[in-house]
Design a protein around this ligand. Structure first.
Ligand code: SAH
Length: 384
């Protein structure tokens, strides 16, 4: 798993809770957290750790700042402030992406472009977001600017590509709002296709700037394999992939299912998902753009059936509405993927009242050096 490395930003950055803690110890701490929160449901399996806990993040974000001497840098916001802490070498971020961030700072400096000031609301360069395809090596650079017009744009892009010929696409994202959201709504493709593609579980996925994509690709494959094992598919089942993002889990399940329906709130992600199904020649999957809970209520009301429900909600967890609809739909299995054991614990209690028992709980470490921990849970319908 590589020699222990130390981070020089740990004290100020606050992004990693476990800097300076040996990886084995981190895993043990996460195991304990999950057991504390969830072991009254069933025994918790041993956490599946990463082979290499460093430089796993395929999505890297930098805020542009300028120091007292006027030097441009990228970094992260100090928690709860508009102060930007310069970060040059992050131990968990993809290293090529970190290099690109450093080049961007130099270029902004040499082209004498203005860095955005959050308090005064002046300046142009706000953020850079970089996505790297783990398997394909494709790289998307998103420049988040306060204005679509940017002086010496063509020369800037040429210089960037000259230093980093590995970049496959550059997008200008316009964010004029006073907001802590990184991306605005408008994307202008400056170079390449405007998205990256990556491969997961033998399938190819298109990922747009706005779409959710798991940040640790290697561990995502481990996670999905567990989820599919728990789904117990034999080729005939009707599967719902709720909170499906760009359709990754559902598409991995489709080859072993009769039919898959993905449901997702984010329009850009659903657009990607539909393209992805075509790209992979998967015909037994379709996608619904909307709230997962409302969709479940609708199909439950229409007396439709489902054999397996895969669900992967955001940190806030699922809703009473969603879980009540699951009770009515009465699938044999529910596979719950969670990135927050606190809301997972809350939701498992609700599921228990709805007649579903947790049979297996497996923590997977997707976020080394942070306290975040992912879990996959197999729930089955209790016999009456
Ligand atoms: N299963 C996917 C995405 C998981 S992240 C993957 O593994 O990549 C959670 C997803 O839920 C995000 O794409 C988010 O846009 C979506 N989401 C959030 N709230 C939702 C809701 N109420 N209904 C449907 N999808 C929602």
């Amino acid at each position: 798993m590589g020699k222990n490395q130390t981070c020089i930003y740990a004290k100020k950055c606050g992004g990693c809770d476990y800097q300076g803690v040996k990886y084995e110890k981190q895993l043990a701490m996460k195991q304990k957290t999950v057991e504390m929160l969830l072991s009254d449901n069933c025994r918790v399996d041993n956490i599946i750790g990463a082979q290499n806990p460093y430089h796993y993040r395929n999505k890297v974000h930098g805020v542009f700042g300028r120091d007292k001497k006027g030097t441009v840098f990228t970094g992260i916001y100090q928690q709860g402030t508009h102060n930007i802490i310069p970060v040059e070498n992050c131990l968990i971020e993809n290293e090529t992406a970190s290099q690109i961030l450093r080049t961007l700072s130099k270029l902004v400096q040499s082209f004498q472009l203005k860095v955005y000031d959050e308090d005064r609301r002046t300046g142009l360069f706000r953020h850079a977001l970089i996505r790297v395809g783990h398997a394909t090596g494709q790289i998307l650079v998103v420049l988040v600017l306060s204005d679509p017009v940017f002086p010496s744009k063509n020369n800037f892009i040429s210089a960037l590509l000259q230093t980093h010929p590995e970049i496959t696409s550059i997008v200008l994202n316009v964010n004029q709002k006073r907001t802590n959201m990184i991306l605005g709504d408008k994307n202008i493709v400056l170079y390449g296709k405007g998205y990256i593609e990556d491969r997961l579980c033998g399938l190819t996925f298109r990922i747009s700037p706005q779409s959710f994509y798991q940040v640790n690709s290697r561990q995502t494959e481990v996670l999905y394999q567990k989820a599919l094992e728990f789904a117990g598919l034999t080729g005939t089942q009707r599967v719902i992939d709720a909170y499906c993002g760009i359709g990754t889990i559902g598409m991995a399940a489709a080859a072993r299912a009769g039919e898959v329906i993905g449901v997702e709130l984010n329009k850009a992600a659903v657009d990607d998902a539909r393209v992805n199904a075509k790209l992979n020649g998967i015909k037994n999957i379709r996608f619904v753009n909307g709230d997962a809970g409302k969709f479940m209520v609708k199909i439950a009301g229409a007396h439709e059936n489902a054999d397996v429900v895969l669900m992967d909600p955001p940190r806030g967890g699922s809703t009473e509405e969603f879980m009540e609809a699951v009770r009515i739909l009465a699938p044999q299995r529910v596979v719950y993927i969670s990135c927050n054991p606190v809301t997972l614990a809350r939701d498992l209690k609700v599921f228990s009242k709805k007649g579903y028992r947790a049979e297996r709980i497996v923590p997977v470490d997707m976020f080394a050096f942070t306290e975040h921990v992912e879990c996959v849970v197999l729930l089955t319908k209790k016999r009456r």
